[in-house]
Design a protein around this ligand. Structure first.
Ligand code: 4AD
Ligand code: MG
Length: 461
């Protein structure tokens, strides 16, 4: 028999052929002389029905198989009499490879997502998480394809770094020193000269500063990797470890940046709809009944755009009793972002021109000297999924801003070099991978779209 490497709805070239399939029992129904097994072979979303009968040598053992046991089945793939699926497998041999213990926690009944988080090592075996992690994989590919097709160079930026890109001090320290019991020097500071790298290092919060330097060699680049934030926010949208896609484009300004972001979002939505239709139909039917219309609408509409100042006006005039008061100069909270995108625009919207005080040091100062060339993309259901900006390419302005913020310019000598050695205007953004995945699937908790979530007080597995 031919070993089936990948099942799909179009596996009809195997029809009436002898095949071998490996997988796990999802359901089992038996009567006296025959039975049905739904097997998940892991290669497509959905289960394959196996029909078996007394003709099997080990019929009685097969009839007693427990859910999630690993089996190998040989038989003939035939057209299914049932409309639900195109074909089924008539078993001639069922080899029991690994019997599943009786205390297996995933029995037929529906489990809550909260419960499934406690067994994150088993949840990819459920329909919902099978769909989530399949779409996650396809989405990652779509993102690479979008940039690669445009000629962007993929840059692997470091995970361990000695700079704090966002300047928010939310970094996880990396050290080989016993920091708790270490003797401090006479100034009360830890002597990092003795540390592995000879200086203070952390896990990166963003690959931006590094990828910016590469944009000055390749023009269009992107990085896509894990990033880490020791943010205390215990919300459904924040994880301590998440993945970020960060393109950087040279000879480009904020409007080029927004154009790229909009094109990318539309591209990946289309790609996933085309390449994961069954998973997307599942999310539409079981997670969010408005999902497909909503995504269709996003693909076919122009994203909205307002300035931060306009946004503040709209929010103030809305009369909505927000938990956090809106005031020019304060950052927008998720409730404000969601109001703007869900109630006012009813589609994705870019907010530009934030006050410099609430944004990072590298953003280009606008002519009003109060705001910066920043853009956040807000989407219904999630809020911010992208944060980006045009970068400050003017060396003197950048140095002045860093000094104002108390950053040690000597630590950023390499970043400043980029402004001195043939600098040009450039821009980029960061897309939260989990946030866009939530947006695409309708899943409402970031813990349910990342395999082993890391959140405050939770680093199980
Ligand atoms: O807005 P942020 O902080 O921007 C940056 O890091 C820039 N350096 C990006 C750049 O211009 N290259 O983060 C970017 C995006 C956010 O819009 C959000 O989608 C996601 O990263 N994000 C998080 N996702 C999950 N958990 C967290 N704790 C996140 N923090 C940010
Ligand atoms: Mg942001």
């Amino acid at each position: 028999p031919t070993s089936v490497k990948k099942l799909s709805r179009e596996t009809n070239h195997f029809l009436d052929k002898k095949v071998r399939i490996e997988g796990w029992v999802r359901t089992l129904r038996v009567s006296k002389s025959f039975g049905f097994i739904e097997i998940n072979d892991g290669t497509f979303f959905g289960n394959l029905q196996i029909v078996f009968d007394e003709g099997l040598d080990n019929f009685l053992d097969v009839a007693k198989l427990t859910i999630s046991s690993a089996i190998c089945v040989e038989g003939t793939l035939v057209e299914s009499p049932r409309a639900k699926q195109p074909f089924e497998l008539k078993a001639e041999k069922v080899e029991i490879v690994g019997l599943c213990a009786p205390d297996y926690p995933l029995q037929k009944k529906r489990h809550t997502f909260e419960f499934l988080r406690t067994i994150a090592h088993l949840r990819p075996r459920t329909n919902t998480f099978s769909a989530v992690f399949r779409v996650r994989s396809i989405l990652a590919y779509a993102i690479h394809k979008f940039f690669q097709d445009k000629g962007f160079v993929y840059v692997h930026t470091p995970i361990i770094t000695s700079s704090d890109c966002e300047g928010a001090g939310e970094m996880f320290r990396v050290s080989t020193l016993d920091l708790c019991n270490m003797a401090k020097d006479e100034t009360g500071n830890v002597n990092f000269a003795e540390d592995f790298f000879g200086k203070e290092t952390s896990l990166t919060v963003s690959g931006q500063l590094a990828v910016e330097t590469y944009s000055m060699a390749f023009k269009n680049v992107y990085t896509f990797g894990p990033t880490f934030r020791a943010e205390k926010s215990n919300t459904p949208r924040h994880a301590a470890e998440f993945w970020m896609i960060e393109p950087e484009i040279a000879f480009a300004d904020l409007s080029d940046d927004m154009h790229l972001a909009e094109e990318m979002i539309k591209y990946v939505i289309n790609y996933v709809l085309e390449n994961a239709p069954e998973e997307m139909a599942f999310f539409h039917n079981f997670i969010d009944k408005t999902l497909l219309e909503r995504l269709e609408n996003v693909v076919n509409s122009d994203f909205g755009q307002i300035t931060y100042t306009e946004a503040v006006d709209i929010l103030k005039k809305s009369g909505v009793p927000f938990e956090y008061a809106v005031d020019w100069g304060k950052d927008l909270q998720t409730e404000h972002e969601r109001y703007l995108t869900e109630e006012v625009f009813k589609k994705p919207v870019f907010v530009t021109g934030y006050p410099k005080e609430i944004k990072a040091f590298y953003m280009r100062l606008n002519d009003d000297h109060k705001t910066v060339a920043a853009m956040d993309l807000l989407v219904p259901g999630v809020g911010e999924i992208i944060g980006g900006s045009q970068r400050e390419e003017r060396l003197d302005v950048l140095v002045k801003r860093m000094e104002e913020l108390g950053l040690k310019t000597e630590d950023y000598w390499w970043y400043l070099d980029i402004r001195r050695y043939g600098g040009t205007k450039h821009a980029g953004f960061g897309l939260g991978f989990e946030r866009v995945l939530m947006y695409l699937t309708g899943m409402t908790n970031i813990r349910d779209v990342i395999s082993f979530p890391r959140t405050p007080k939770n680093a199980e597995f």
